[in-house]
Design a protein around this ligand. Structure first.
Ligand code: ZN
Length: 307
């Protein structure tokens, strides 16, 4: 940073301070301070998808007193090397419910079969009902572009619901929302047809232990099935405390901040604080739901330090 740059920053700070002093009514109080709620619903294909993509964000909202719900569109009854069917679905439902309990959110697992999800009208209507019943302000889902067909169709199903949630003649048994929520995508690594765009990046360092605790509840996923698919089952410690430590520090499930997210972190936290952030979650604002101004982003995500 050169001195010219520093002077510009100092000048900008002075102007911001002056504006805050002169125009106190212009300053945006957080929605919480205004007594307004923020209701968040996240969809995943399997009972661990939401946890990976938004477990930290959910823990932050929950800690701030807001309501969050995770919904798995399938019951996870096909993703295991030695179990399956109802026995596995029951285990997955119990694990998801415990994961939600650990960070203070609701977790629902729908009874659609794992590995067989399709963008059908029946499931689209389930998604519309969930969003309406939750009276969601923010809806999170995968991009409709992914290696796993269930993830891909979850993205399509939520996208297909994103306008229908306000249409009264659709799903008449559940009252429509009066306005369209914000629809966000989880971060992913896919580059075609276009890469993920980190519009909103939230530090989760303050809730990292809670995210670890949440993932730790999904025993059949993070300590059994996923390591098995990676031929890495032998790396998972047997002892519960040791395996939790492995999950937090050595597994690939909780990576450090993606360098491509640094710019957004600097914007929201300032360069000094951003440089110290170890773990974060990023989201892209879809073009299908409500669009947000910068002011609205800061009101809906009351976690940022830089103005
Ligand atoms: Zn999945």
């Amino acid at each position: 940073m050169n001195s010219h740059h520093l002077k510009l920053i100092q000048l900008r700070r002075k102007i911001t301070l002056a504006l805050l002093l002169v125009l106190p009514t212009v300053a945006i109080p957080s929605l919480h301070a205004q007594g307004k709620s923020i209701r968040v619903i996240a969809f995943g294909a399997h009972p661990d998808d939401c946890d990976l993509g938004a477990g930290g964000l959910a823990a932050k909202y929950a800690a701030a007193g807001y309501k969050v719900k995770f919904v798995s569109l399938t019951n996870g009854d096909a993703g295991h090397q030695s179990m399956g069917g109802t026995e596995l679905a029951n285990r997955r439902r119990a694990e998801a419910s415990e994961a939600g309990r650990r960070i203070g959110i609701e977790y629902e697992v729908l009874d659609n079969h794992d590995g067989q999800l399709l963008p059908s009208l029946v499931v689209r209507e389930q998604v519309i009902r969930e969003i309406r019943q939750w009276k969601a302000d923010i809806v999170i889902a995968p991009r409709p572009n992914d290696y796993h067909p269930d993830h891909r169709y979850t993205g399509i199903l939520v996208q297909d619901a994103s306008y229908m949630v306000i249409v009264p003649d659709v799903v008449k048994d559940t009252p429509p929302l009066s306005s369209n929520p914000v629809f966000l995508y989880y971060a992913d690594r896919f580059k075609k047809p276009q890469p993920f765009q980190p519009d909103i990046v939230v530090s989760i360092d303050d809730v990292f232990d809670k995210k670890v605790d949440m993932l730790d509840a999904q025993v059949s996923q993070f300590y059994e099935w996923l390591p098995w698919t990676m031929h890495a089952l032998d790396q998972v410690p047997q002892d519960p405390a040791a395996r939790k430590k492995w999950l937090a520090n050595d597994s690939i499930f909780l990576p450090k901040v993606n360098p491509a997210w640094r710019k957004a972190l600097e914007k929201y936290y300032g360069p000094t604080a951003a440089a110290k952030i170890q773990h974060a979650e990023a989201f892209e604002i879809t073009e299908y739901g409500r669009q947000l101004t910068e002011r609205e982003i800061r009101a809906l995500f009351p976690f940022f330090s830089a103005k």
